[in-house]
Write a protein that binds this ligand. Structure first.
Ligand SMILES: Cc1cc2nc3c(=O)[nH]c(=O)nc-3n(C[C@H](O)[C@H](O)[C@H](O)COP(=O)(O)OP(=O)(O)OC[C@H]3O[C@@H](n4cnc5c(N)ncnc54)[C@H](O)[C@@H]3O)c2cc1C
Length: 553
């Protein structure tokens, strides 16, 4: 692929030459630097680049250009290259204009002139923006190609795996693409199974399993050592948090995920409530940043490997991978999260995160002030959610499949709900479809007794139909509650007594399970606050508790 372009514009020759010099010094190996002496000249250059289908990664333009300001140029440029990253060079007096353009044109950053030394003020900012640009950059044609059909679940799995691991590929639907069909026809008819993955080195994988695919695309699937200080099961926010802190604090750290890093958060299109990202960021971007950070700090990451068993031998812990390989460690953090049970009715796709939310989504509740919202589910979590939303919404309608609230909910909650005037409970009902163009607009509700379907306008739907923790691998090793969530810390102390089999004088540390030296962090833990920030925080806390534990053995 031709090198992507960094385009810079400034009407002051001295400044323009200085920017060009600094850009070339750092980026000329990977990018082509193009300079323009005015906004208009830059725009002409951009139009020619677009005609030749060249990739533009970043604009670095001065706000103060007499004929066309930097903001005016960027306003035009985003129409041609919406994904290119946008940076303004500003003087102190331009700050307000720059802040305004964050909202108007999605400006990514503004830099004060002068930017010396560039190693401190220029390159870190641009490096960061360019690395995120690569995530959304069009895939090179000489990269991985996946040929299959839209309706084949195996094709979906391969695409999902590649994109969740942020590996670019070109999708060829053989029902629509003649190139895809021609590629498939190179495979002998009796071996043709979809999807087929064509790799840049010329090798071909027919309906590959994820581990095979991971190995071929360069993800690490084998551990380099048999024994570590710390092993982390799960590479979601909690696992990544633990990996970053474990590795940075000198522990030989291995993190294992059966799919990709990022966990549930990695599937989110936009995380708005994570500290430090005022414009929000996609789950893929968050996962990518955290993964790079964990690797840079020295953590080893295994992907596409399932931990199927955990055992304890004296003070050591051993995990078994899906191929029977056993790896040992001094301390283990279980950060294997949950699988949220998704609503599966027509219309859901595209509305998740846009009116349909899983769990209490507390941050969303305030957005639905004085509106009519729905909560679906009949367990305590749904009841707690409804009570919470009733503080904001004009009306909360609970949709419960069973015939009574008491069937699945604690009596105290039932009583609270009954005495809250703006909560309505519709028992014996189920959702059969949802509607909306960009955001949820209405829900079809079926009366299970009569079969009658009513369409109700709805501003939001909060779904509480359960989440299943990934804890099968620790069954019989650590205490879990009836739903499978792992008990930690004070939850293990009952009537002042330590958990069964606990031989130590001390109580379990917070986040420690009923097996000393095995910790649980994030959504997998009983009572966890299901949020990215809390999962990351628990991962970090677990590592500090690992240090305390290691001092005792
Ligand atoms: C669509 C969606 C949007 C969300 N949006 C937000 C939001 O905007 N803000 C917010 O704060 N929270 C959000 N959340 C919640 C947030 O993502 C979770 O609370 C958070 O991801 C929990 O992190 P975790 O590391 O505990 O678990 P998870 O994210 O569930 O990660 C667990 C990881 O463990 C791996 N794993 C499981 N079992 C094994 C095994 N046996 N061997 C190896 N690996 C294993 C899984 O593959 C997974 O990658 C969202 C959740 C979803 C589903």
């Amino acid at each position: 692929m031709a090198k992507p372009i960094i385009l810079t514009a400034d009407d002051e020759p001295q400044v323009l030459n200085a920017v060009e010099r600094d850009l070339r010094n750092h980026y000329k190996g990977d990018y082509r630097i193009i300079k323009a002496r005015s906004g208009a000249e830059a725009l002409d250059a951009l139009k020619r680049l677009k005609q030749r289908n060249e990739a533009v990664a970043l604009f670095l333009v001065d706000q103060r250009m007499p004929e066309m300001t930097g903001t005016e140029f960027l306003t035009e440029a985003v129409g041609l290259y919406p994904d290119a990253r946008k940076v303004l060079l500003t003087a102190y007096a331009d700050t307000q204009a720059a802040i305004d353009s964050i909202n108007t044109i999605g400006l990514d950053h503004y830099l004060m002139k002068p930017w010396d030394p560039p190693e401190q003020h220029l390159y870190p900012v641009l490096d960061d923006l360019l690395s995120t640009w690569w995530l959304s950059a069009p895939p090179p044609y000489d990269g991985i190609r996946v040929a299959g059909t839209l309706w084949s679940p195996a094709s979906h799995d391969v695409k999902d795996f590649l994109s969740r691991n942020r590996i670019p590929y070109l999708w060829l639907d053989i029902e629509k693409s003649s190139e895809g069909m021609a590629l498939i026809e190179t495979i002998p008819p009796d071996e043709r199974k979809l999807p087929v993955v064509f790799l840049p080195d010329g090798s071909v994988l027919v309906q590959p399993d994820l581990r095979m695919l991971a190995e071929k695309v360069g993800l690490r699937t084998q551990a380099t050592m048999p024994f570590y200080d710390l092993i982390i099961i799960g590479g979601g926010p909690a696992g990544l948090g633990a990996a970053v802190y474990g590795a940075s604090e000198g522990l030989r750290t291995l993190m294992i995920d059966k799919e990709a890093t990022g966990g549930q958060a990695g599937t989110s299109s936009r995380i708005e409530n994570y500290l430090g990202f005022p414009k929000g960021l996609s789950g893929a971007e968050l996962a990518d940043r955290a993964t790079t950070q964990a690797i840079r700090l020295g953590a080893e990451l295994l992907l596409a490997r399932d931990v199927v068993k955990v055992r304890v031998e004296e003070s050591n812990k051993y995990i078994t991978l899906d191929d029977g390989t056993e790896l040992g460690c001094k301390a283990l953090v279980i950060a294997s999260g949950v699988k949220v049970i998704r609503l599966s009715v027509p219309g859901v796709e595209g509305l998740e995160g846009a009116g349909i939310y899983y769990g209490a989504a507390l941050t969303e509740a305030a957005n639905y002030r004085d509106q009519h919202v729905f909560a679906c589910g009949g367990a305590n979590s749904a009841g707690q959610g409804a009570m919470f939303f009733s503080r904001y919404a004009s009306k909360v309608t609970m949709l419960v499949r069973s015939e009574s609230l008491e069937a699945g909910m604690s009596q105290y909650l039932v009583d609270q709900i009954r005495s809250t005037p703006n909560i309505e409970v519709l028992t014996g009902t189920e959702i059969v479809a949802v509607h909306g163009v960009n955001t949820l607009e209405a829900i079809d509700i079926r009366d299970r007794a009569t079969g009658a379907v009513t369409t109700c306008p709805a501003a939001a739907l909060f779904v509480f139909i359960g989440a299943k923790p990934h804890t099968e691998m620790v069954a019989g090793v650590v205490e879990r509650n009836s739903a499978g969530f792992i008990l930690t810390g004070q939850d293990l102390i009952r009537d002042g007594k330590k958990p069964l089999g606990w031989k130590l004088q001390r109580d379990p540390f917070p986040l420690e399970t009923s097996a000393p030296g095995i910790f649980a962090a994030g959504d997998v833990r009983q009572g966890a606050v299901r949020r990215v920030a809390s999962a990351v925080g628990e991962g970090a806390i677990a590592v500090s508790l690992v240090h305390q534990y290691l001092r005792t053995v």
